[in-house]
Design a protein around this ligand. Structure first.
Ligand code: FNR
Length: 386
């Protein structure tokens, strides 16, 4: 991993090492991918204020996330099918996160189950919940997360209806993979991926198999989701989940101030400003565009987390400057996993850690708590010369 200098390098390796259908599943977005692009473009447009001759010799990236110490303000976001990017992907990513001192979030749609991951790591991890129509199953799933000592429940609220991702349809993205001649050629050029996946514990959805009807054969993922996921989900259900989950609750997928105000009344400790990485409502605002308004509305009542487009430590700095307390990364670590398993995820975290440290140094900041709008060149409070 010596010549890997940025997340894009990991992305290129991921593309070479993993079959196209799974790489595209991670990399692409919904419909025209307008929101996917806006997440990146709007972050990149935020410029820093270069400061000099400030003693930055004691930079410290540590912080707390949901009251727990973390070595930097970063969380591995819930990402489905990690075990299809690399055999046992969820376990490897969780180990890399824990070794780096940051939280890992296991998706409902993971390949390794809650129990598989809990048995393979030392510390608690977070669990992400998608709510399906079968409420008995959901209650049991929450109870499994409690039994596994998960330290937070992340309720994803932006996927009642699934955003169409054209490329998944074109690639015939199925789980487990469906064979076609072109896929066979593609897979034949990725022997390391095949042997990793074959050595992995599972090749289908670990949290669902044997627990939920109709999971023996989930072929077309999006059509399965559209029959199982509960489109009637509403704030009353959040109350129900709040009543059965005793621990910390995070609402993920808030992109609107009115919804944020509602979230603040829900009993959740935190929310994630997110558009699901441009995979759901195409044409929605970028996450960074709405972040300041949500911070202004509910930042004093809830912990505000952010995701969407983070590919570097500079991006983390931008979101923190606009009021986020921590950031989730999805693709940035999924690329690391596809590129090099546990070491690849560790590399992704390390790259972001170092970039954040350098950016703090060059903007004259020593601690995470000090980062605010003053580090930005174009914010009214940030620019003292114009
Ligand atoms: C996701 N995301 C996601 N979110 C969630 O709550 N449950 C899930 O199972 C998934 N699955 C998933 C798969 C893949 C391949 C991606 C890329 C994303 C969304 C994820 O948690 C996060 O919101 C975005 O990834 C953030 O955007 P970036 O960091 O990928 O730009």
């Amino acid at each position: 991993m010596k010549h890997i200098t940025c997340i894009e390098d990991l992305r290129q390796l991921h593309m070479r090492r993993v079959p196209k259908a799974f790489f595209d599943y991670a990399d692409r977005g919904s419909y025209t991918e307008q929101t996917l692009r806006a997440n990146r473009a709007d972050l990149e447009a935020i410029r820093f204020r270069q400061r000099i001759l400030v003693d930055v010799s004691k930079r410290d990236l540590s912080t707390t996330i949901l009251g727990e110490p973390a070595s930097l303000p970063l969380i591995l976001a819930p990402v489905g099918l990690l075990g299809m990017q690399h055999g046992d992907g969820e376990i490897l990513a969780c180990r890399a996160a824990q070794a780096a001192g940051i939280p890992f979030t296991l998706s409902t749609m993971s390949i390794c189950s809650i129990e598989d991951v809990a048995a393979s790591v030392d510390k608690p991890f977070w669990f992400q919940l998608y709510v399906m129509k079968d409420r008995g199953f959901i209650k049991a799933l929450i109870e499994r997360a409690i039994a596994a000592k998960c330290s937070a429940l992340v309720l994803t609220v932006d996927l009642q209806v699934i955003g169409q991702r054209h490329q998944d349809i074109k690639n015939g993205m199925t789980v487990p993979p469906e064979w076609s001649l072109s896929k066979l050629f593609d897979f034949a050029t990725k022997p390391a991926w095949i042997s990793g996946v074959l050595r992995g514990k599972r090749r289908t959805f670990g949290n669902l198999m044997g627990h939920l009807k109709g999971t023996d054969d989930i072929t077309a993922l999006s059509s399965w989701i559209s029959t199982q996921f509960d489109t009637s989900l509403n704030w009353k259900d959040v109350e129900w989940i709040r009543s059965i989950w005793p621990g910390k609750l995070v609402l993920k997928g808030i992109l609107d101030v009115e919804d944020a105000n509602e979230a603040a009344k829900s009993g959740a400790q935190a929310l994630v400003v997110s558009n699901h990485g441009g995979r759901q409502l195409d044409g929605a605002l970028s996450s960074i565009e709405i972040l300041p308004e949500i911070v202004e509305a509910v930042g004093s009542q809830m912990e505000i987390m952010f995701d969407g487009g983070i590919r570097s430590g500079q991006d983390v700095m931008r979101a923190l400057a606009l009021g986020a307390k921590s950031c989730m990364i999805g693709r940035a670590f999924a690329h690391g996993l596809g590129a090099g398993g546990e070491a690849g995820v560790a590399k992704a975290i390390d790259l972001i850690r170092n970039e954040l440290s350098v950016t703090m140094g060059l903007t004259g900041v020593n601690t995470i708590a000090e980062i605010d709008e003053r580090v930005l060149a174009d914010s009214p409070r940030g620019h003292n010369a114009r």
